[in-house]
Design a protein around this ligand. Structure first.
Ligand code: 13P
Length: 247
């Protein structure tokens, strides 16, 4: 399984970032899971420097632009040169701050151009009985995939993160049967965009109120390939328990 720890802006202190990395390195030594840390840009630069462990790094976002006279931007190339291997793109917290579908598509392309694996975050605001939320997921995937070649599409990871679950506790995580259904739906959309069996090779992760208890249940009862974890990934006890539950 792939476990991505999205530290968001929770970690603001260097000492805490270093402690979480030390814990992750220790966990990675005995876990068959792929552990990926997504710290803020400055801490990614600090922690990924000379990293020789099995822990990998992800940008929390990349700039919609490439380099040049763009004050304040942190480009995909910068993250790649610091040692990131992945980039979260289209997180709902970025979309809420103005990222459009076109921005998300451009960011996915920039990440791929710099050999970063894009983790494309998709998710509906809320569920409705008529199933309109499914078209949100379809639209978010198809618009980000539109400019990509078949080969590039194969390199993307999808992270399904329903907004109604993000930031809540495990009780609010999605039910496993609903997640199974959504994973199937995502694969159906991918099958329209990728020929042959390639759609089944694109990893699909889940994020939203993932804590040790919910992670175990969801991993056991669904076909998802891993988790994108927020608040539980910055609490040492929770993160250790979560990684162990999934090992
Ligand atoms: P929580 O795990 O805090 O719900 O956050 C999920 C998320 O947004 C991960 O990217």
């Amino acid at each position: 399984m792939i476990i991505i720890a999205n530290w968001k802006a929770y970690v603001e202190d260097r000492g805490r970032a270093e402690k979480l990395l030390a814990l992750s390195k220790k966990l990675a030594r005995t876990s068959e899971n792929t552990l990926v840390l997504a710290p803020s840009a400055p801490f990614l630069g600090l922690l990924a420097h000379n990293n020789k462990s099995r822990v990998a790094f992800a940008a929390q976002d990349v700039s919609v632009t490439t380099g040049g006279a763009k004050t304040g931007e942190t480009t995909a190339q910068m993250y790649a040169s610091l040692g990131a291997a992945y980039a979260l793109i289209g997180h709902s917290e970025r979309r809420a701050l103005g990222d459009t579908e076109a921005d998300v598509a451009a960011k996915v392309s920039h990440a791929l151009a710099c050999s970063l694996t894009p983790v494309l975050c998709v998710g509906e605001q809320e569920r409705d009985r008529e199933g309109r939320y499914l078209s949100t997921i379809r639209e978010e995937i198809t618009s980000a995939f539109a400019p990509l070649t078949q080969k590039e599409r194969m390199k993307v990871i999808i992270a399904y993160e329903p907004l109604w679950a993000i930031g809540k506790t495990a009780d609010s995580a999605i039910r496993s049967d609903d997640l199974s259904e959504m994973a199937l739906y995502i694969r159906k959309v991918l099958a329209e965009l990728l020929p042959g069996k390639n759609a089944s090779r694109v990893p699909v992760l889940y994020g939203g109120a993932v804590e040790p208890g919910s992670a175990r249940e969801l991993a056991g009862a669904t076909s998802i390939d891993g988790f994108l974890v927020g608040h539980a990934s910055v609490d040492e006890r929770s993160f250790a328990a979560l990684v162990k539950e999934l090992s």
